[in-house]
Design a protein around this ligand. Sequence first.
Ligand code: SF4
Length: 286
Amino acid sequence: MEQQVESLETYLMDELEAGEASVDLDDKEPQEVLAWAIEKFGQSMAICSSLQAESCVLIDMAWRIDPAVRVFTIDTGRQPPETNELIERVRAKYGIEIEVFRPETATVDKMVAKHGKDLFYRDVNLRLLCCQVRKVLPLRRALMNYSAWVTGLRRDQWATRSNIRKVEIDHDHGGIVKLAPLADWTEAEVWDYLRANDVPYHSLYDKGYKSIGCGPCTRAVAPGDDPRSGRWWWETGAPKECGMHCAIETGGFEHELAALLNGHGNNSHNGNGNHAPNGNGNYARG
Ligand code: SF4
C-alpha cells in the first residue's frame, strides 16, 4: 500500500523552524519528541522501521500515543527470515499496518545478471551499488509519500551519526523532516525499554547479533565488540553505512548505478576499470 499524502507543502518546515525545534526538543524524552511530531505531522509522518531494537522501541512508544501511527519498512529481498517473522509479530501485537517498499525488480534483475547475487563480497563499490538498488532507491520512493519520517538513529552508533539532531531537514529527500527521537539514548536504555514494556524484538539478538541488516551482510559479534562491527565485516576503511541515512559518494558505484537505471551496461566501476573508491579513498557524508 503506498498512499500519496495531499498538499505536502502544508507540512514542510524551514531550516529555522527545524533548528528551533531541535534545540527545544534536544533534552526531551523520546515520547515527547514523538508526541510533538505526531501532533504536527499526523498521518503525513511515518516511522521507517528496520525492525532493529530501536525501531521496535519507537513503534511501541508511538503506538501508545497514536494507535494509527504509520510505519513502513524496506524489504530488500535479502533479509533474514527472522525479520519477516518479527514483522508479523509486530503487526499482531499492535494491530497496525506496516507498509512495505521493495526495490524495482527490473533493476535488481539487471544487477544480479551482471554482477551476481552476492556481488557485495567482491568490492566496496559493488556493495554500495547493491545497497543503493535494494535500500536507498526504495527509501527514496517511500519518502515521496511523507512530509516527515522517524528513524531509530542514535549518536553513539557510529562516527557518522555522532552529530545527528532530533529534528532536522532531510536534504537528501526533498527537504522533508527527519526525526531521531532516540538520538541521545544508549544501547542499554533501548534494551531497558524493550524489556520493561515487553516489546517484540528481533530473535537474532539472542544469537549474538548487535546490529541487524540483510542476511548475507550481517553476523553476530563477540561480547564487547563494536555493535556495528558485524555489518559488512569483511570491509576495511569503508563506512558502516548503506546510504539511507547519509549520502555516500565514491565516484565508483554511481556510474554503475546510472548504467543499470539507464538500461545499458558498463563494466567499469570508476571510469578506469578499477574498483577503488574514488582515487583518494573518500566516502563523503552528505
Ligand atoms: Fe545488498 Fe548487503 Fe546492502 Fe543488503 S546490506 S542491500 S544484501 S549489500
